[in-house]
Design a protein around this ligand. Structure first.
Ligand SMILES: Nc1nc2c(c(=O)[nH]1)N[C@H]1C(S)=C(S)[C@@H](COP(=O)(O)OP(=O)(O)OC[C@H]3O[C@@H](n4cnc5c(=O)[nH]c(N)nc54)[C@H](O)[C@@H]3O)O[C@H]1N2
Ligand SMILES: Nc1nc2c(c(=O)[nH]1)N[C@H]1C(S)=C(S)[C@@H](COP(=O)(O)OP(=O)(O)OC[C@H]3O[C@@H](n4cnc5c(=O)[nH]c(N)nc54)[C@H](O)[C@@H]3O)O[C@H]1N2
Ligand code: SF4
Ligand SMILES: [Mo]
Length: 909
């Protein structure tokens, strides 16, 4: 089947590409007109999504709207004369010369290992390939690591230590074939929504399929499980070993498979001898019946598929967590067949591609190992250089530790935001400050890391770049440019090549197109487990995405690996790993009695540089938040929505506390999209060096801040995001400051909303408050104002044509809800609005979270309609969809709709 790559009519053009968010790797069709992206829809021919997109993918074009780009993108190179000085523009030639000179000087003075390059699983394979070659082949250092260290390195180490190669053996189709699906430490509903849609389809078609979810939290995914194993944090190995114990006891292991295709079972069998259901229940906090039930379903199913992600990976025993789950598959022969296997979900769109080209401190091209002299020699020969350095490179956490110690002098950060996403931020920020030269290659202008950069290089991004990515099921898709990069932005590979040329390495980097880079990468895979010598660039263009391996002569890629029972180890046998329960690195104690878990929201992406520019993507959660058990909040005297102070051994942060039945007592959950990594722990798994971002011990108390400010305003969309940035900078010194957009922008009047909430120990200075009011259109004439010195309150409103346009309350108040809902609803005011100035005006309902992003349907609306809809859960869902339209567009909110249906009774007649 030939799929047109690009089609155009006189007015508009369509370009096939790939979504730049998660590792599902959905195909998109980008619509553009006159060099501007105007729309996006799912590619019906793409095998990952068959035309569907989630709430993030389906709003990609809005993030590329001209007014958003102009206010948020990095448009040309910038530099700082000295630390703390303002950024100034410079031309590309000077920027590249400066960087090349700095690199050479650092290498000369301190040796190549004084340079650290920190890259990202969001780079395309070709970008990644060039950066890896630049570090290891040109600069002569292995100090190149990736944010994949925070994400997939435990999965890599888990696969290699058991199956022999870093290759997920199953594929998405297996979701449809499996009799039992085990989702462990993955919140599929939020983090891989289109796979969740596939799973929902299967559950509708085959209700007998069993779903087990292993998660300490009632995540959106766990809530839909047939069996939710709500274990204590960090006890997965105990659970998996306990399941193996029961399977052995019940004679449900596959002895023939173990004998023929594996090694190392005896010590593991010995290990799990004591892992009785009772002991397992004691460690995991689960009840024995649930453990026995899970073992029964696993043992009696023809096919078991497991899907897993950061709940297993981000752990000080991350590699062992992965191996313990893979052990179960090997012991029961649940691998290499349709519907069976351990399928690690990749987080970022191209974490897989990065692993393929060896873009980490311990890896080399085409799944080679830096520790192996033979692999190093092969790569050196392939590149035509005398040698690849043997000294191990520094992994992410080690790299920032070395910069904080002064050993690494120059940091080149590409397509990641370490001042947000690395654990133990106080150390990371000290490292960025101490490093002599920090280069940030970014698509967006205002990320947390930009504050520390001496040189900012503007990168082209989604919609503007050409290359390839590989998704979670080993499928390589083309990424295509629909428009030219904004401003002076350049593709990442191009920037690396330009610098290499200035370092005298033009011969090693002769590339002028991504295709040339991909061809070199392809050749490096010849004879390796990920051999793609049977693919070609025109084939990817004509026949669409392909799975690896696909060696020369093959007519298609392989959907499943190890179907013949031969594994990627030297003797072809898979290895059991003797995994022992270790628990979390920082257990709770009397001083830090809560366990802090972190993870993802459905509509936001990491540091929010892209998703955070759309008002509609804050509909679900619009403030830096921590979810707590209601009883814990009551005991600590924290009311719902109040600010709480969280502190760990490393730092403290103020967050809005919200009561939630999804977290167990003494456990709390904070979305990773806000600045919470001042709290988290850098301790890492000794094998994978992946840090334990999911668990730290935390103390919580009411924040008790006496001064507050709450402001909302409708602003012209062409300036609202710039105002937001200005406010964020202005309010940085305050202990709590949050400023986010709201609304389906731009509205009919071309406006976007901004919401500001501040809190501090003492009143902010008059000049700060004046600046805030000016930025929000609350200065000058035509305002309504009220000051109550006694109660320390100030209220300012702007009303135009009988509509509330903006308000700001400061001091002590607790009655902003009425103003809020008036402003959000754009209702016409009765009278002149003066009554709105009075404190304690009529209380109204608090804000109801938005559930459906596409159609802007709130939880309150759903809860009003639901009691009137009767029938089975499926009928009520259909009724709800019919009544309000929610969940009928991208479907990302369907898991939440199901939850609301579960908890909402039908009206009695
Ligand atoms: N919307 C959205 N989607 C994304 C991303 C995003 O930023 N936003 N990021 C992408 C990336 S890079 C990644 S890596 C993936 C991450 O995808 P996931 O790993 O699915 O997402 P998380 O929310 O980080 O964590 C998953 C779950 O692990 C659970 N967990 C915590 N501790 C434990 C434990 O000890 N054991 C077990 N079994 N579970 C535990 C958490 O409660 C959480 O529900 O998402 C990708 N998709
Ligand atoms: N507490 C806690 N912390 C975590 C996690 C957690 O679960 N809990 N998860 C960890 C995980 S799994 C991950 S993957 C990391 C993610 O952490 P980061 O990598 O820091 O996350 P992003 O915000 O996606 O950063 C990518 C940056 O690249 C920029 N960008 C986008 N496109 C391009 C491009 O084409 N070129 C260039 N040069 N730049 C571009 C974006 O603007 C963005 O700022 O966070 C980790 N941190
Ligand atoms: S599931 Fe959503 S975020 Fe992930 S690739 Fe598909 S559309 Fe993009
Ligand atoms: Mo990730």
């Amino acid at each position: 089947m030939t799929i047109p790559i690009q089609s155009s009519s006189a007015a508009s053009q369509e370009t096939r590409s790939t979504c730049c968010y998660c590792g599902v790797g959905c195909g998109v069709i980008i619509e553009s007109q006159a060099g501007q992206i105007t729309g996006v829809r799912g590619d019906p021919h793409h095998p990952a999504n068959h035309g569907r997109l989630c709430s993030k993918g389906s709003t990609l074009h809005l993030t590329a709207a001209a007014h958003v780009q102009m206010q948020t993108r990095l448009l040309h190179p910038l530099f700082r004369k000295e630390r703390g000085a303002a950024l100034q523009p410079l031309d590309w030639g000077t920027a590249l010369d400066t960087l090349a000179t700095r690199l050479s000087a650092t290498r000369e003075e301190h040796g190549p290992d004084a340079i650290g390059i920190y890259v990202s699983g969001q780079l395309l394979t070709e970008d990644y390939y060039v950066f890896n070659k630049l570090a290891k082949g040109v600069l002569g250092t292995n100090n190149i690591d990736s944010n994949s260290r925070l994400c997939m390195s435990s999965a890599v180490a888990g696969y290699k230590s058991t199956l022999g190669a870093d290759a997920p053996p199953a594929c998405y189709e297996d979701i449809a074939h499996a009799d039992t699906i085990v989702i462990a430490g993955s919140n599929l509903a939020n983090a891989h929504p289109i796979l969740m849609r596939r799973l929902e389809d299967v559950r509708n078609a085959r209700p007998e399929q069993k779903l087990i979810v292993v998660d300490p939290r009632v995540s959106e995914t766990a809530a839909l499980a047939d069996l939710h194993l709500q274990l204590l944090p960090g006890t997965d190995i105990a659970l998996f070993n306990g399941l193996l114990h029961v399977l052995l006891w019940d004679g449900q292991v596959d002895t023939a498979f173990i004998n023929e295709h594996t090694e190392g079972f005896a010590p593991l069998r010995e290990r799990v001898r004591d892992c009785t259901p009772r002991e397992t229940a004691r460690i995991t906090g689960l009840c024995q019946e649930d453990i026995l039930c899970a073992a029964k379903w696993w043992g009696q199913s023809k096919s078991v598929l497991s899907l897993y992600c950061q709940g297993l990976n981000q752990s000080s025993s991350g590699t062992a967590n992965n191996a313990a789950l893979i052990n179960l598959h090997l012991a029961t022969g649940q691998i290499g067949r349709p519907g069976a296997g351990p399928l690690s979900l990749t987080g970022q769109p191209n974490a897989m591609g990065g692993r393929e080209v060896g873009g980490m401190a311990n890896l080399l091209s085409a799944h080679r190992d830096l520790a192996s002299a033979q692999d190093r020699a092969e790569v050196a020969q392939f590149w035509g250089i005398p040698q690849v350095p043997a000294r191990p490179g520094k992994t992410a956490v080690e790299m920032f530790e070395a910069a904080a110690d002064g050993a690494i002098k120059l940091l080149w950060i590409v397509c990641t935001n370490p001042a947000h996403s690395m654990p133990n931020q106080n150390l990371v920020r000290a490292a960025l400050q101490r490093a002599e030269y920090v280069v940030l290659q970014e698509a967006y202008a205002n990320t947390a890391t930009a504050t520390y950069a001496d040189l900012l290089l503007p990168a082209a991004t989604w919609g503007e770049k050409e290359g390839t990515v590989t998704n979670s099921e080993r499928r390589i898709s083309r990424v295509r440019a629909a428009v030219l990069p904004v401003g002076q932005a350049k593709p990442d590979w191009q920037i690396a090549v330009d610098v290499a040329h200035r370092l005298g390495a033009a011969k090693l980097m002769p590339y002028t197109t991504p295709e040339q880079i991909w061809l070199e990468h392809r050749n490096s895979t010849r004879g390796r487990d990920l051999d793609i010598t049977g693919m070609s660039w025109p084939m990817l263009d004509k026949a669409g995405p392909q799975q690896w391996p696909m060696p020369n002569g093959a007519t298609s890629g392989r959907a499943r690996l190890y179907t013949d029972g031969v594994f990627a180890t030297p003797n072809g046998k898979a290895q059991f790993v003797d995994t022992a329960h270790q628990g979390v690195a920082e257990p709770r104690d009397a001083r830090y009695p809560f366990s802090l878990n972190t993870g993802r929201l459905r509509d936001q992406w990491h540091g929010m540089s892209r998703t955070g520019n759309l008002g509609r993507l804050y509909g679900q959660t619009n403030e830096p938040q921590v979810l707590m058990h209601a009883q814990d909040m009551a005991r600590l005297g924290i009311a719902d929505g109040q600010l709480a102070r969280l502190s760990t051994r490393r730092g403290e942060q103020i967050l809005v506390a919200n009561a939630s039945a999804t977290v167990a007592a003494m456990q709390v959950f904070a979305p990773m999209h806000w600045d919470i990594n001042v709290l988290t722990l850098p301790t890492y798994c000794p094998k994978s060096k992946q840090p334990e971002l999911k668990h730290s011990a935390v103390h919580i108390e009411p924040a008790n801040l006496s001064w507050n400010l709450s402001a909302l305003a409708w602003l012209p969309a062409h300036c609202a995001l710039s105002v937001r940035h200005k406010l964020q900078e202005l309010c940085k010194p305050l202990v709590y400051a949050s400023c986010v957009p709201f609304g389906h922008e731009p509205d009919a009047l071309g406006r976007l909303g901004l919401q500001l909430r501040l809190a501090h120990h003492e009143p902010a200075g008059a000049e700060v408050i004046d600046a805030i009011r000016t930025a929000l259109g609350l200065s000058g004439t035509g305002l309504l104002q009220y000051q109550d010195r006694q109660r320390g309150q100030q209220r300012v409103l702007r009303i135009e044509q009988n509509h509330l346009l903006a308000f700001c309350l400061s001091g002590q108040f607790d009655d902003q809800e009425q103003l809020r809902s008036l402003l959000l609803s754009k209702q016409e005011l009765q009278g002149n609005g003066r009554t709105l100035l009075l404190p304690g005006a009529t209380p109204t309902q608090p804000r109801s979270p938005q559930i459906c992003t596409c159609l802007n349907v709130s939880q309150a609306q759903i809860e009003t309609v639901l009691p009137r809809i009767s029938g089975t859960a499926a009928q009520r869902l259909a009724g709800l969809q019919g009544a309000l339209g929610c969940g009928t567009q991208c479907g990302s909110c369907v898991p939440q709709l199901k939850l609301l249906i579960q908890t909402s009774p039908m009206a009695k007649h």
